[in-house]
Ligand binder design. Structure first.
Ligand SMILES: *Cc1c(COP(=O)(O)O)cnc(C)c1O
Length: 420
């Protein structure tokens, strides 16, 4: 049997070792360059983050936590995880952090494992009103192993009405109240949630998966100091590697850490944790605040331009990085719009809107976000252009030649703003 070194497997570049995968990677990079990516949960990481994530730390097993591992040889990965932890605590001003969750979903599962027993009640936002699968959906473990209830948004305003949430909490008497969403374009009143959770004696959790970057930069209200537990992803507005984290008060530290490992996960992804540390350092730079301010102002410009073009926006606008468009007035379904946008090289996702008369398979909305476009350096002027392209595409959806013209306009824009 030849050793790795003898076989020189370790030295052969990807393009030579595996041309098929290399081709897929190259094509994906080109897709990211050539399309206007408006998926609100996506972003572009820096070269430094890519480098850390594609590093030799992927070779290391490190079950446990820094200074208390079940494997030898952990001194350098310990350093990386300590850097990640220290920086995360500085950024959010929290008492405790766990940076090991593999994803936002794993972070949420770890919290439930730490705080709930199977059959305990939780109260989260309805998936069809903008909540997340992991907040108690029947198709997710959170709705199968726990007794899950939901609250929605107000039928008139499409806003979360705390009085309605409070009434629901008094009726359900949950052990855990969850605030946080995937397609809610407005700020959430964390202080109000804290009060209603306290009134029913529930633990209060915030899932800031979408808004973590905005919160880190201080351009969105922070739940730290209000929520008992906070979960986040590091790859959405935060612009780091794909992964999760959990912030908590000190008194929850030990049960959270035990739930992540050995409760739910095995070896941590040390290469991803190193990349998280790099992203946290980037989030501590003044440019990060400028970036997040631009994410918000771009979303506002996009919302204003779409409104001007006769689009209905759920809640009438945004104070986050995303807008949720109600397409009914434009007589086009979410599926049709998603497909049409793809023809002109705009990538977005169809999305259910609150009280959607159609189902989740072909909903009435489309969700648009600005983090990726802003990472490319685009600003308000480009948002107005993109809104115009979206409007023109929908108005001329059956005109092949016109759509080709729009695609050329998109090509011009994307070539002006290189990705890497
Ligand atoms: C994206 C998201 C998650 C899950 O994140 P994954 O990393 O995809 O598992 C959890 N909660 C909310 C509110 C989200 O938007």
């Amino acid at each position: 049997m030849m050793s790795l070194a003898e076989d020189s497997i370790s030295r052969v570049p990807l393009a030579q070792r595996d041309p098929e995968v290399a081709a897929a990677l190259k094509a994906e990079q080109k897709r990211q360059q050539d399309n206007l990516i408006m998926i609100a949960s996506e972003n572009l990481v820096s070269r430094a983050v890519l480098e850390a994530q594609g590093s030799v730390l992927t070779n290391k097993y490190a079950e446990g936590y820094p200074g208390a591992r079940y494997y030898g040889g952990c001194s350098y990965v310990d350093r990386a995880e300590e850097l990640a932890r220290t920086r995360a605590l500085q950024i959010f001003g929290a008492e405790h952090v766990n940076v090991q969750p593999h994803s936002g979903t794993s972070a949420n599962m770890a919290v439930y494992l730490a705080l709930l027993k199977p059959g305990d009640r939780l109260l989260g936002m309805d998936l069809s009103h903008g909540g997340h699968l992991t907040h108690g959906s029947k198709v997710n473990i959170s709705g199968r192993y726990y007794d899950a209830y939901s609250y929605g948004v107000d039928r008139g305003s499409n806003l979360i009405d705390l009085e309605q949430v409070r009434a629901r909490a008094l009726e359900v008497r949950p052990k855990l109240v969850i605030a946080g969403a995937s397609s809610y374009p407005r700020q959430i009143d964390f202080a109000g949630f804290k009060d209603l959770a306290a009134e029913v004696g529930a633990i209060f959790m915030v899932d800031m998966a979408h808004t973590a970057g905005l919160i880190a930069a201080g351009v969105h209200p922070s739940p730290v100091g209000l929520a008992d537990i906070i979960t986040a992803t590091t790859h959405k507005t935060f612009r780091g590697p794909r992964g999760g984290l959990i912030l908590s008060r000190k008194d929850y530290a030990s049960c959270i850490d035990k739930a992540v490992f050995p409760g739910l996960q095995g070896g941590p992804l040390m290469h991803v944790i190193a990349a998280k540390a790099v992203a946290f350092k980037e989030a501590q730079q003044p440019e990060f605040v400028t970036y997040q301010e631009k994410v918000l102002s771009n979303a506002k410009s996009l919302a204003a331009a779409l409104t001007e073009l006769g689009f209905d926006l759920v809640t009438g606008g945004t104070d986050t990085h995303l807008v949720l468009v109600d397409l009914r007035r434009k007589k086009i379904s979410g599926n049709e719009a998603e497909r049409l946008f793809e023809e002109v090289q705009i990538t977005a996702n169809k999305n259910i809107i609150p009280y959607d008369p159609k189902g989740a398979n072909d909903p009435s909305g489309i969700r648009l976000g600005t983090p990726t476009l802003t990472s490319r350096g685009m600003g308000s002027e480009e948002m107005v252009k993109i809104a115009a392209i979206i409007g023109a595409a929908i108005d001329n959806r059956n005109d092949r030649l016109f759509l080709d013209q729009l695609k050329k306009e998109v090509n011009l824009l994307t070539s002006e703003f290189p990705v890497y």
